[in-house]
Design a protein around this ligand. Structure first.
Ligand code: MG
Length: 214
């Protein structure tokens, strides 16, 4: 089976760190729970140059490479990989952060088979469009962006897990039938048993398949 894993706010504890930096830089006092928008610039009330300044610092050595992994992420992925399944790390970060991101994954020993940078949010014309994900046939996906989670369902990903974050709680724009198919989890601790069951479910299906081949 093939798992899609987002980085920021799924694998890495990103936005809490960005917020700490932004509050220091701009003298704001926004709390994590107040982040009702996926767009940090909007949430912080920054103009275009403020957003540019903030993200130039975020997407550079000294920040991205120092992010902690979220608690429970590595053991859950190790178990998934040990069961013979694939992990594709898929991020919407700017393409020029590839090297930093790859080095972070290696140094933090995050089990993965590939790192894909796709333009999830229409920000980077030099990255592949998110439509590039259509042909990759993921069996399950882990996201914190509600919009991307809905897109993954649309392209046929069977199991989509949404990590609960303040910016994905407003679900009004999503049709209820689609929303019902997204499984919201508080974090890796809640996700781990479901991921294990999913991986084992696949394995229990194997003997029947093998015997049918004989
Ligand atoms: Mg994310």
């Amino acid at each position: 089976m093939r798992l899609y894993v987002d980085i920021d706010d799924v694998l890495a504890e990103t936005t809490r760190r960005i917020l700490r930096l932004a509050n220091r830089r701009f003298g704001t006092r926004l709390t994590f729970e107040e982040l009702g928008s996926f767009d940090l610039g909007v949430a912080l009330g920054l103009d275009a140059s403020g957003v540019h300044e903030l993200f130039a610092e975020v997407n550079a050595p000294g920040f991205l490479d120092r992010l902690p992994t979220r608690r429970g992420a590595r053991p859950a992925l190790r178990a998934w990989a040990a069961a013979g399944h694939a992990v594709s790390v898929v991020t919407g970060r700017p393409p020029y952060t590839r090297e930093l991101t790859a080095a972070w994954l290696a140094r933090r020993r995050v089990p993965h088979d590939s790192l894909l940078i796709v333009d999830k949010y229409g920000r980077f014309p030099d990255a592949p469009r998110r439509d590039a994900l259509r042909g990759l046939h993921f069996d399950a996906a882990l996201e914190d962006s509600l919009e991307t989670a809905a897109f993954l369902l649309e392209i046929g990903v069977e199991r989509v897990f949404l990590f609960d974050r303040p910016w994905n709680r407003e679900t009004g724009a999503l049709p209820p039938a689609r929303l019902a198919r997204i499984r919201r989890v508080s974090g890796w601790r809640e996700l781990a048993p479901e991921l294990r069951a999913l991986g084992e479910g696949d394995r229990t299906g194997l003997p029947a398949f093998a015997s049918a081949l004989r």
